[in-house]
Write a protein that binds this ligand. Structure first.
Ligand code: ZN
Length: 273
């Protein structure tokens, strides 16, 4: 009789595992977030991300829980001889998870692997000139986000981005903002918005500021945004996300509507940190 009941229970568990993976994933994440945060990891964040100390205690706690879950689900691979250490994993995870605070999140569901080069890397790509002649061109990159499964980062640029908190450049924020943008299948500068936000207002504000940056870039007028943001709307969203976290006061002062949209989206107000 006992073995019969046990068999039924095991079968039920097995079926529920197959039919309800989101439930079990959620259960697993809850358990992970309850485990104590490693002291060494906290030291890494404090040393590598000065930003962290300024954040309110409740956001620091949330960030640490997100880091634990993020690190349990993503794979890291070192390239060009780089060995992956906790220092690398925690520094990247801490910045990536800044974008997930105060919301229900699925932790960049499409992303499986983070590839890390020791420093900026060269990517070769095909270009076609006005006469139709094709050639290869090398571009030096600090990071790259793919729509399915991977992000590539330069460790040196990751360190600089985390440590220099007010220069408006942060490659991890940039590439992970692309991941958020790509969650709906399109890389167009319009991520999935919550019900408290309007796509019309988002499009109006972002398109106005994107075209303003294009005008500035064409006429070499200084901007708080890197001119790279004028490449296309997806790059503008990624660059604006860097500025939102790293030059929040200037952004709020100069572009209050854009700041408002981003603070609704990211559900934090970095000017108060
Ligand atoms: Zn980009």
């Amino acid at each position: 009789m006992f073995s019969y009941i046990l068999l039924i229970l095991v079968t039920m568990c097995f079926i529920s595992l197959i039919l309800c993976p989101p439930y079990w994933r959620e259960f697993r994440r809850k358990q992970i977030s309850k485990t104590p945060f490693k002291k060494e990891w906290r030291k890494i964040i404090q040393r590598r991300m000065p930003f962290f100390k300024k954040m309110p205690a409740d956001l620091q706690l949330q960030l640490k829980q997100h880091i634990q879950i993020f690190l349990s689900e993503k794979t890291f691979k070192g390239l060009k001889g780089l060995s992956i250490t906790d220092e690398i994993k925690v520094t990247i995870a801490a910045q990536a998870c800044l974008l997930l605070l105060n919301r229900k999140t699925d932790y960049y569901p499409k992303l499986k692997t983070i590839l890390v080069y020791p420093r900026a890397f060269v990517k070769e790509h095909q270009v076609t000139d006005a006469t139709g002649v094709q050639s290869t061109k090398d571009t030096v990159l600090a990071g790259e986000s793919w729509s399915y499964g991977k992000i590539v980062l330069s460790w040196q640029d990751t360190l600089d981005g985390a440590y220099l908190t007010e220069d408006g450049h942060n490659v991890v924020i940039h590439e992970f903002a692309h991941q958020l943008d790509q969650e709906d299948g399109y890389s167009n500068g319009a991520p999935i918005l919550g019900s408290h936000q309007s796509y019309e207002q988002w499009a109006e504000v972002f398109s106005t500021q994107y075209h303003e940056l294009q005008r500035r870039a064409q006429n070499a007028i200084p901007s708080i945004f890197d001119y790279y943001g004028a490449t296309n709307p997806a790059e503008f969203f990624a660059v604006a996300s860097e500025v939102f976290f790293e030059k929040s006061h200037k952004l709020k002062q100069q572009y209050p509507k854009l700041y408002h949209q981003l603070s609704l989206y990211y559900r934090v107000d970095p000017t108060s940190w």
